[in-house]
Design a protein around this ligand. Structure first.
Ligand code: C5P
Length: 316
């Protein structure tokens, strides 16, 4: 990154992907969004974001990403964060994508949350937790989750979060079949099928599964019905994951990626071998303590103890 007036402060952060361990869509709300009940979980797959900040009189935001992602949330997040903290200067960012896009893994949302967490620290200005959450919600329904990490229940649009206790980490496999699913389109296809009767049943079964240690086998993703209808190959992939011994095999978000959770690493190795014709990733679930430790490690050198982490009911 080039240097200009002022001393540039730089940091490299990892923006982790998420999976939905359960996802129920209850119905369409008056604001056009759908009411959700979901369980988010951060996983080890990550993008890498380099962020540099140099104080200056004028603000400029530069983003280099090898894929030239249109309307990248990262640039929008930087603009919102700079306005909110009242800083001016040069923001230079470089994004290395590893998380497949349009796959239900929240990569763009995680990248945006990473900017909200890191940029105020680099600029030496506090962005309080409430404001940060507001900006996150403005950027997308999944963004607030990445301010928290670990395992959490998401309700409302998916942006109202309740931390869940960590469960023993189990290894997993992620399959990314390279099919780009449009989230708004998936909602449009699902919406007419949602009935008030199914709503009641879903709330009851979601609540009971949330605390159930044997939850895995009963995990549900409501999007599977509509997305599998269009892409039959995904239903086959799910069966292959179950056939390879996955205790849970589910599509994440509105797809198209699927994950399988296994009892041990040997089972994962075996599953990856049986899926060698597919693009797979070995993953592990990242709990909240590890997520926070990762952020402390990344930002520690630039912290003065007061700026980060933002205090909130989410970041206890
Ligand atoms: O919030 P986000 O920008 O990620 O949402 C993308 C689209 O997904 C929305 O425009 C909306 O069509 C749909 N959506 C929804 N209900 C949600 C989340 C997203 O209908 N809870």
């Amino acid at each position: 990154m080039s240097k200009s007036a002022g001393v540039p402060r730089q940091v490299r952060v990892r923006a982790l992907a998420k999976i939905n361990l359960d996802l129920r869509v209850l119905g369409k709300r008056p604001d056009g969004y759908h009411e959700l009940r979901t369980i988010f979980q951060t996983i080890s797959l990550a993008d890498t974001l380099d962020i540099g900040f140099t104080t200056g009189r004028k603000t400029s935001i530069e983003l280099e990403d090898e894929l030239n992602i249109p309307d990248n949330l990262v640039a929008r997040a930087a603009g919102l964060a700079m306005d909110a903290i009242g800083a001016s200067g040069r923001v230079e960012m470089r994004l290395a994508k590893r998380i497949p896009m349009g796959a239900g893994l929240g990569g763009g949302s995680s990248d945006a949350a990473a900017v909200l967490l890191a940029l105020p620290v680099l600029a030496g200005r506090a962005l309080d937790a409430r404001k940060m959450r507001e900006l996150a919600e403005q950027l997308g329904s999944d963004v607030p989750f990445f301010l928290l990490g670990g395992r959490a229940v998401g309700i409302g649009r998916g942006s109202e979060l309740f931390p869940l206790p960590d469960r023993p980490a189990c290894p997993g496999v992620l399959v990314a079949p390279g099919i780009h699913v449009s989230t708004p389109q998936a909602y449009r296809r699902l919406s007419p099928r949602l009935t008030s009767e199914s709503l009641q049943n879903k709330i009851v079964s979601f609540q009971s599964h949330t605390w159930d240690p044997a939850w895995g086998e009963a995990a549900v993703n409501d999007f599977e019905a509509v997305v599998f209808e269009q892409h039959g190959d995904l239903a086959i992939l799910k069966k292959r994951l179950t056939g390879a011994g996955a205790s849970t095999a589910l599509m994440t978000g509105s797809g198209s990626a699927l994950f399988g959770l296994f009892r041990n690493r040997d089972e994962v190795t075996h599953a990856i071998a049986s899926l060698r014709d597919e693009k797979t990733f070995r993953i592990s679930l990242v709990n909240r303590a590890r997520y926070r430790a990762m952020w402390w490690r990344a930002l520690g050198q630039h912290m003065n103890g007061r700026v980060w982490p933002p205090r909130s009911r989410y970041l206890r």
